[in-house]
Structures are given as C-alpha cells and as structure tokens.
Design a protein around this ligand. Structure first.
Ligand code: SF4
Ligand code: SF4
Ligand code: SF4
Length: 173
C-alpha cells in the first residue's frame, strides 16, 4: 500500500512537470513575486523568520509577504497593482533587522517599458502614465511615443497601475 502511495505521488510530481500549467506553478513558486521594499535587500535572509512588521507599517499597503509554499516564504515584496512607494521609510523603521538606513540608498529596481505593448508606441494616443509621475520621468517625444528618462525615475511604481496594457514593470534582483 505504502509503495502504491509513493508511486502515485511520484506520478503526480512527474505529471506536474509535464503539463504547462504544472511547470508554470512550479516556476511561480521559485521566483520572487516582486521587488523587496527599498531598504530590505540587505536583511532579506532575516525576513524569513521575523514578525512582518514592514507589511503592517506600510501606509500605502503595498508590502506583501511570500506565502508558505513559496521558495521565498516569509520575505516581503512590493505589489504595485493599486499604488506605489513614497519612500516614506516606515518599513525600514519598523524592521528589527535594519538599524539605520540611508534615504539616498533606496533601491527597488529598474522601471522597464515594453514598447511592443505600449499603446503610444503602437499608433494609439495614450498618456495615462505620464500624469502619475511627479518627477517627469515619463514624457512624449515628437511622434507621441512614450520615452523614459532613466536618470529621473526612482522606480516608485506609481505609474504601473494606470497602464491599460501592463506595459510598465519593475525589473529587480
Ligand atoms: S518606503 Fe513607505 S511606502 Fe515604500 S514600501 Fe516602505 S513603508 Fe511602504
Ligand atoms: S516608477 Fe519612475 S516613471 Fe513611474 S511614476 Fe515612479 S518615478 Fe515616474
Ligand atoms: S499608460 Fe501604458 S500604454 Fe499608455 S503610454 Fe503609458 S505605458 Fe504606454
């Protein structure tokens, strides 16, 4: 009976590798769901066992925790589906493993524009994201295509949620 159960379990595991959905589920559980909060990269190992004070402290409500069945279980990540990061520092203040932090060293990742899907790059007038950027890192060129000023962008993520075709994303890691 025990042998049959083991065979069944092995079959299920093998099956999950063979199907596309199974492979996608496994990959999703291996890759971080989003970038870490701005000053958390240095303490990411300690995050696995702390009490998640950063998530409770974030006034924007964008700090999420990887679930138990994930390779990054317990670590915080930033969810930009409703708003972005203000770099207020509350997550770092609340973290028991961050003793001090330098506002100049805030790091989330790099904003990427997918010109293959951006409406403004494909003949459709769209400026939805531009108004979300306080530092004017997003602008239109003379052909009404969206251009990013990398030197101005802070990767706050404020512009991500307004894009109707998900052409903006933050690369991290
Ligand atoms: S810096 Fe502020 S807004 Fe950004 S993740 Fe931390 S608590 Fe949230
Ligand atoms: S992520 Fe960059 S481009 Fe987008 S709103 Fe923030 S600073 Fe502006
Ligand atoms: S909101 Fe999206 S589709 Fe529109 S210009 Fe910005 S990136 Fe392009």
């Amino acid at each position: 009976m025990r042998e049959q159960t083991d065979i069944g379990r092995r079959g299920l595991l093998t099956g999950s590798f063979l199907t596309r959905k199974g492979r996608e589920n496994i990959e999703r559980r291996q890759q971080a769901l989003g970038p870490a909060p701005p000053w958390h990269q240095a303490v990411i190992e300690a995050c696995a066992t702390c009490n998640k004070e950063c998530a409770a402290a974030c006034p924007q409500g964008i700090v999420r925790i990887h679930p138990d069945d994930h390779a990054h279980a317990g670590r915080p990540w930033l969810q930009f589906s409703t708003t972005g990061c203000t770099f207020c520092g509350d997550c770092a203040e609340a973290c028991p493993s961050i003793e001090s932090y330098d506002r100049e060293l805030a790091s989330i990742g790099d904003l990427q524009l997918n010109t293959a899907t951006c409406l403004a790059w494909n003949g459709v007038f769209c400026m939805s994201c531009i108004g979300k950027c306080d530092v004017r890192a997003l602008q239109m060129d003379e052909r009404r295509r969206l251009v990013m000023q990398d030197n101005l962008c802070t990767s706050c993520g404020m512009c991500i949620q307004v894009c109707p075709v998900n052409a903006l994303d933050i690369q991290f890691g």
